[in-house]
Design a protein around this ligand. Structure first.
Ligand SMILES: Cc1ncc(COP(=O)(O)O)c(C=O)c1O
Length: 397
């Protein structure tokens, strides 16, 4: 005869405290998904312990908020699958490590986000992958045509970091596919909303969700999206092998950000264009680098592939010393001085120091400034910039 199960009431207080207060079942249906916190996942019976095909067996992947975010991002990116990473840089490194091997060569845009270059130069090289940097204005036929037989992947970022050069990513993807070369786009500028790389034949679309999807400058996360089932599998195996996980709270925050992404982007984009147009007329400004601004460099490509703009762009000041640039930035009250973007707040940085890490595009006509236009009233932001530029004019001598 089987031994009788112990009556729960006779167990000690210590045991009862361990078992008390388990989650309600079924859970109340809230608008957002539940935030589950769990490394351990309880399985219903012994047979399911090693049944990975039918059961979630461990909490690093597959919990409710994270899965809901992946589904929503797949919708946003027109993807078959999306993998999540603890930051935008982790999405970049994770995606590349998932598809590259020793002996591969890769072509990387010279205007990539600086930590992208750092990863390629410091990590990939150690593992036998050789990066070569290209000018994003290189015609796609030349870029792909001159790629060596060992070239496995082309990494693009358009518009480019800091200087906003546009690249015909669709044409590069078309030519690269014919040569069996993978294409990857860091699409953070468009937040997966203004332009959809996968629809243009690019193999992997990356973004730092930290920026516009989060939208409040307080959570890190990155994503990699793919349409091809084999690539989706390679990316998710990569996450599995690297042991990465993102917390449910952060996934929930990202999902919340996603709900208001179109509304916020419309405002960022419109205010950005208003301010870019104002800057273009200012006597202290040599050029505005904003592909959505009619007449600006890269505008034709932007018009072909994008449905709008975000709030990030650059401008070149008339030549002046660093002290005058610093005085301009220090005069700003509504623009914080900070390296990020995509949040509700306006930010400004000087870029020349960072340009020195590039190989090719290192110099512009004058000092390069990057602005992120937040959700403040654009008239107030213009007044702030006007005061700053007056100081610049006075200090440049
Ligand atoms: C274009 C671009 N890609 C990726 C990242 C990295 O994102 P994270 O800060 O989440 O690592 C950034 C951050 O500034 C970025 O500007």
């Amino acid at each position: 005869m089987a031994p009788r199960k112990q009556d729960a009431g006779t167990r000690s207080q210590d045991t009862r405290l361990i078992r008390a207060g388990q989650a309600l079942e079924p859970l109340a249906r809230t608008v957002g998904p539940p935030i589950q916190k769990g490394s351990t996942v309880l399985l219903p019976n012994a047979a399911s312990l090693y049944d990975d095909a039918n059961y979630l067996t461990y909490g690093r992947q597959g919990l409710a908020a994270q899965t809901a975010l992946q589904d929503a991002l797949a919708e946003l990116e027109h993807a078959q699958g999306v993998t999540l990473y603890p930051s935008g840089v982790a999405a970049l490194s994770g995606a590349l490590l998932a598809v590259l091997k020793a002996g591969d060569e890769i072509l990387v845009t010279d205007v990539a986000y600086k930590p992208t270059r750092r990863f390629c130069d410091h990590m990939l090289k150690r593992f036998g992958v050789r990066p070569t940097y290209f000018d994003p204005r290189t015609p796609p036929e030349t870029l792909v045509g001159e790629a060596s037989p060992a070239t496995r992947l082309i990494l693009m970022e358009s518009p480019g970091s800091l200087s906003f050069e546009m690249q015909d990513m669709a044409r590069v993807a078309e030519l690269a596919r014919a040569r069996d070369i993978l294409t990857v786009a860091d699409n953070t500028w468009s937040a997966g909303y203004l332009m959809k790389p996968l629809d243009h034949g690019i193999d992997i679309a990356l973004q730092a969700l930290t920026k516009y999807v989060g939208g409040h400058s307080d959570v890190f996360m990155g994503s990699a999206a793919a349409a091809e089932p084999k690539l989706v599998r390679a990316l998710s195996d990569g996450v599995l092998h690297m042991g990465w996980a993102v917390p449910g709270e952060d996934a929930y925050q990202m999902l919340r950000g996603l709900r208001t992404l179109p509304t916020r982007l419309a405002r960022h984009g419109q205010s950005g264009l208003t301010i870019a147009a104002w800057l273009r007329e200012h006597p202290m400004v040599a050029e505005v680098l904003h592909p959505a601004l009619p007449g600006a460099r890269g505008h034709d490509l932007w018009k072909r592939d994008y449905i709008g703009a975000c709030g990030l762009f650059g401008f070149i000041l008339k030549p002046g010393p660093k002290a005058a640039v610093d005085a301009f930035l220090d005069e700003l009250e509504l623009f914080g001085l900070g390296f990020s973007w995509g949040g509700f707040e306006s930010l400004a940085i000087a870029c020349d120091h960072q340009l020195t890490t590039r190989k090719l595009l290192r110099q512009y006509e004058g000092p390069l400034i990057r602005l992120h236009i937040g959700l403040e009233d654009p008239a107030d932001l213009i007044a702030d910039l006007a005061r700053g530029l007056d100081v610049y004019a006075a200090r440049r001598g």
